[in-house]
Design a protein around this ligand. Structure first.
Ligand code: NI
Length: 226
């Protein structure tokens, strides 16, 4: 399942990030790809050790940590620091599946359960550049407004279409979820969304709301790994 989370940042905030990033030192994206992915990747990325990448990355993680829809959909356990990439002049990323295990800065590793792309450029800033994700229901093209984010299972085959003109700047990052199984995570997300909506309707003291909240937590207890 793809989850689109709109306006994690306002369009103005995203544009501000783009302007700061535009003058940074971008390097060949092949350096950050796994061996299979490197052969199909023609984009640029930012050295994630520079202060600007760290600062904007921290702002993204801070915003998402307080975002109920993101937390509900991802059930994050650990998140890799966001990376930044830029596609221009025909740059693309052919079909691939993201690496299953990625190293954390300073040591340790995470299992990548979910992949996230936060669109920073406005769709009108570039031609092409759709993120195409294979799903159970066929391929879906994703090209979002600046500040919107898409979350998808890292088990998905995906590609980025060539950027024919302009520049596409995005942030990408990976999440190890408390719930590894995509189907179980989706059930919890659906249940949580329903509990939120019934709570608004009936109030937090309602007997059914309490029972459903209990079911959510009991399922989480069965399925979560910390
Ligand atoms: Ni990828």
């Amino acid at each position: 399942m793809l989850s689109v989370i709109e306006q994690v940042f306002s369009s103005e905030e995203a544009h501000g990030f783009c302007q700061q990033l535009a003058s940074s030192a971008w390097v060949d994206g092949k350096l950050s790809a796994g061996s299979q992915a490197a052969s199909v990747k023609t984009n640029q990325h930012l050295d994630d050790r520079i202060d600007l990448a760290r600062d904007i990355g921290d702002a993204i993680l801070q915003r998402l940590g307080a975002h109920p829809q993101f937390v509900s959909a991802a059930l994050p356990n650990r998140i890799l620091p966001p990376k930044f990439n830029r596609y221009t002049g025909g740059g693309q990323y052919g079909a691939h599946i993201d690496s299953s295990i990625m190293g954390l800065p300073g040591g340790g590793q995470i299992r990548t359960d979910l992949s996230a792309t936060l669109f920073l450029s406005r769709p009108s800033d570039y031609e092409g550049g759709e993120l195409v994700i294979d799903t159970r229901f066929g391929a879906q093209d994703v090209k979002l407004e600046a500040g919107d984010l898409v979350l998808y299972p890292s088990t998905s085959l995906h590609c980025v279409n060539p950027v024919l003109s302009g520049a596409r700047i995005c942030s990408v990052f990976w999440i190890q979820s408390l719930v590894r199984d995509n189907q179980q995570r989706e059930i919890l997300y659906d249940l949580d969304q329903s509990v939120q909506s019934i709570t608004l309707d009936k109030g937090p003291e309602n007997e059914d709301v309490n029972r459903l909240t209990g079911i959510y937590h009991n399922l989480m207890r069965c399925w979560a790994n910390t």
